[in-house]
Write a protein that binds this ligand. Structure first.
Ligand SMILES: Nc1nc(=O)c2c([nH]1)NC[C@@H]1CN(c3ccc(C(=O)N[C@@H](CCC(=O)O)C(=O)O)cc3)C=[N+]21
Length: 302
C-alpha cells in the first residue's frame, strides 16, 4: 500500500480562505477588524521566521497584525506590562507570546497573565482546564489543525484507536484530549513507553509529536493507519557544491517506510506546520466573535 498524502499546505490555504470570509463579514456587517498580537523576546532566527510568516498571513486574511519585538534581556515585569497592555487593548483579540522564552523568564507565569479569552495558543491554565472538561475553550493550534485533517480524511473518529507519541503541554496532552472528545480510545505514549513499536502498532491513528527526527518506523505502523507527523526537525544533509553545510526538514516519522504501510500520512514540510498557522488565524476570529457576542465561525473550532 502507498499512503494518501494529506496535503496540509492546501488544507491550510482553504482554512485561511474561510477565515478571510469571516473577517470580511465582521468588517462589513459589524465594523470590527480582528487583531492578532505576537510578542517575540530575543532574536532566535527560527522564531523570527515563524513570526514574520504569521504576520504576513494575518494581514493576508484581512486582520490587523501587531508585532512586539523585545530585547533578549527584557525583564519579566516589562514583559508582563506588554501582556497587560495587550489584554486591555480593544483592537487586539488574540495574543501569542512566542515560545520558548529566554531562561530568565517564567513562561508559565507569562502565559497565565494573558487574558484567557485572548489566549489564541490555548496554553492558559483556564483553557487547558476547559478543554479537559469538554467545555468551550481556546484550543492549541497544532492539535486543532491535526484534528481538522483527521476529521477531513476519516470522517467520524468515534471508536478508533489513537496513539499520541509525546506528552508535551503544547501538543501531546491537548491532542489526546481532543481525540478523547471525539470518542477515540486514546493512548499517550512517550520516550519511556515500554515496547513503543507494539503500542503504536495497535493504532488506527498515530500522532507523532516527540521531537526525534525520523524515529517512527514503517514496521511500527498498522497497515492502513492514518499518520499525523507533528515533528519539524532540521537535520544535516551533506554539503552544498560550495562546501557549506546543507540541512533539510524531516518529521518524527521515517517518511518513506511509514508511507509504504500507512493509509494516509502528512508530509514534513507541508503537513501540520501550515495548519498550525491557519488555526492561529482561525482562533483569532473565534476569539473576536466571542468577545463581541457574535456567532462563532462554523468549521473553524473543535
Ligand atoms: N506561542 C507559540 N505558539 C506557536 O504556535 C509556536 C511557538 N510559540 N513557537 C514556535 C513554534 C513553531 N511553530 C511553527 C508553525 C508553523 C510552521 C510551519 O509552517 N512550517 C512549515 C515549514 C517551515 C520551514 O520551512 O521552516 C511546514 O511544516 O511546512 C512551523 C512551526 C509554531 N510555534
Amino acid at each position: 500500500m502507498t499512503a494518501t498524502v494529506i496535503d496540509g499546505k492546501a488544507f491550510a490555504a482553504k482554512v485561511r480562505g474561510q477565515v478571510a470570509e469571516h473577517v470580511a463579514r465582521l468588517k462589513e456587517v459589524h465594523g470590527i477588524t480582528p487583531g492578532l498580537a505576537v510578542v517575540l523576546v530575543g532574536e532566535d532566527p527560527a522564531s523570527q521566521v515563524y513570526v514574520r510568516s504569521k504576520g504576513k498571513m494575518t494581514v493576508e486574511v484581512g486582520m490587523a497584525s501587531f508585532e512586539h519585538r523585545l530585547a533578549i534581556d527584557t525583564s519579566e515585569a516589562d514583559l508582563l506590562k506588554v501582556v497587560h497592555d495587550l489584554n486591555n487593548d480593544p483592537a487586539v483579540h488574540g495574543i501569542l507570546v512566542q515560545l520558548p522564552l529566554p531562561d530568565h523568564l517564567d513562561s508559565d507565569l507569562v502565559i497565565n497573565a494573558i487574558d484567557p479569552a485572548k489566549d489564541v495558543d490555548g496554553f492558559h491554565i483556564s483553557n487547558v482546564g476547559l478543554l479537559g472538561t469538554g467545555q468551550k475553550s481556546m484550543v492549541p493550534c497544532t492539535p486543532l489543525g491535526s484534528l481538522m485533517m483527521l476529521r477531513d480524511h476519516l470522517g467520524s473518529l468515534s471508536g478508533k484507536s489513537a496513539v499520541v507519541i509525546g506528552r508535551s503541554n503544547i501538543v501531546g496532552k491537548p491532542m489526546a484530549q481532543l481525540l478523547l472528545n471525539d470518542s477515540c480510545t486514546v493512548t499517550i505514549a512517550h520516550s519511556r513507553t515500554a515496547d513503543l513499536p507494539s503500542v503504536v502498532r495497535q493504532a488506527d491513528i498515530v500522532v507523532a509529536a516527540v521531537g526525534r527526527p525520523q524515529m517512527v518506523q514503517g514496521d511500527w505502523i498498522k497497515p492502513g493507519a492514518t499518520v499525523i507527523d507533528v515533528g519539524i526537525n532540521r537535520i544535516d544533509a551533506g554539503t552544498k557544491d560550495d562546501g557549506s553545510p546543507k540541512t533539510r526538514l524531516v518529521g518524527d516519522c521515517d517518511y518513506d517506510s511509514c508511507a509504504a504501510v500507512a493509509g494516509a500520512i502528512t508530509p514534513v514540510p507541508g503537513g501540520v506546520g501550515p495548519m498550525t498557522i491557519a488555526c492561529l488565524l482561525a482562533n483569532t476570529v473565534t476569539a473576536c466573535c466571542r468577545a463581541n457576542g457574535l456567532a462563532e465561525p462554523e468549521g473553524l473550532t473543535a
